[in-house]
Design a protein around this ligand. Structure first.
Ligand code: PLP
Length: 363
């Protein structure tokens, strides 16, 4: 029986591979011969714990996470991390530096500002977040509590191409919208967080990768559920974790491995994004990309047409042709194609064709 699937370019929650949805469907009523759904099984059982630990091990393997780091599963989305990071690591007398590269960085900064002293280490706000500050622009001292960056800016469509060396200053990154899209060196970071709903699985679980030594420095006065140590001490089983979500993450990670891991996915993501960026660049200004070309995101491709009427017409044509999620974020307008890991090459190819055809008919 064939399943109706659309070209899904939503920015999040976003497309998942059909094969893992089918596996979840097949296992929904009887997980692994238990006679129960995975969501009916105690989080203290061996059956669940195997799923939980498999997800952690796969993430460690795929990202090449070195010894000395813990992988944690939290709730509250990436947005709760905006507050948890300063609650735990912004000590009185210290200042935390934030690199402003978009709306999510601004939101992270706003939460830290409520809890302690913060400063802007660099900003790309001028020109509406089209670029990423260069390493030389980052302005922070050696006593900085931590430096916070957003590796991929979901709304503006820019992405860090390489990460700064911060020495003894802990580097903290929100990787919600590009984790698992390409290989990178985890050892540069003290803490990484990512809401699951783009490259990791369905919404409802947040993955945190944290270096042990940071835990010792953390504020001990924070309520239990808001301390990273609580999760690290009990393998994220202090209370009931979102078990079904973590199961879905484990399927997603197994799928990433099956695809050949991060290097293979990176190549495919480059090919996919190039299909759409080439259509923009070859359009003689009919489509105008938002991001500066040297920092274009492989995950979120942002562009505009000559005016809002034409953009609406384009989005209507896209909808007619079976595309979903191409409207830009309300704060930027225009169009955005989110081509996360699970978006098939064929969908990007189809979008390219649509862009060519639409241009021909409306030039
Ligand atoms: N950070 C980035 C980079 C995001 O793209 C998003 C959501 O799209 C968030 C944070 C907020 O995540 P959540 O909705 O899980 O709180």
């Amino acid at each position: 029986k064939t399943v109706k699937r659309v070209h899904n370019f939503y920015s999040g929650p976003a497309a998942l591979p059909l094969s893992i949805l089918q596996q979840a469907q097949a296992e929904l009523l009887d997980f692994n011969g238990t006679g129960m759904s995975i969501m009916e099984i105690s989080h203290r059982s061996k059956d669940y714990e195997a799923v939980h630990n498999r997800a952690i091990e796969l993430l460690k393997e795929l990202l090449g996470i070195p010894a000395g780091y813990d992988v944690l599963f939290l709730q509250g989305g990436a947005s709760l991390q905006f507050a948890m990071v300063p609650m735990n690591f912004l000590a009185p007398g210290k200042k935390a530096g934030y690199v402003m590269t978009g709306t999510w960085a601004e939101k992270a900064y706003a939460q830290a500002e409520k809890l302690g002293e913060v400063f802007i280490a660099a900003s790309a706000k001028e020109g509406n977040y089209r670029r990423i500050p260069s390493p030389g622009e980052l302005n922070y001292g050696p006593d900085t509590a931590y430096l916070h960056i957003t590796s991929n800016n979901t709304i503006f469509g820019t992405q860090w191409q390489s990460f700064p060396e911060t020495g003894a200053v802990p580097l903290i990154a929100d990787m919600s919208s590009d984790i698992l899209s390409k290989p990178f060196d985890v050892s540069k970071f003290a803490l990484i967080y990512a809401g699951a709903q783009k490259n990791l699985g369905p919404a409802g679980v947040t993955v945190v990768i944290i270096r042990h030594d940071l835990l010792d420095r953390a504020n001990k006065k924070v309520p239990t559920m808001l301390r990273y140590e609580t999760y690290a001490k009990d393998n994220s089983l202090y209370n009931t974790p979102p078990t079904f979500n973590i199961y879905m993450v484990s399927l997603m990670l197994a799928w990433v491995k099956e695809q050949g891991g991060l290097a293979a996915l990176h190549r495919r993501n480059q090919e996919k994004a190039a299909l759409v960026y080439d259509a923009i660049d070859a359009s003689n200004g009919f489509y105008v990309g938002h991001a500066q070309p040297d920092v274009r995101s492989l995950m979120n491709i942002t562009f505009r047409l000559a005016n809002e009427d034409l953009e609406k017409k384009f989005l209507d044509a896209a909808k007619q042709a079976g595309f979903v999620g191409l409207a830009g974020h309300r704060s930027v307008g225009g169009c955005r194609a989110s081509a996360y890991n699970a978006v098939p090459y064929e969908s990007c190819l189809a979008l390219r064709e649509l862009m060519f055809t639409f241009q021909k008919e409306n030039w």
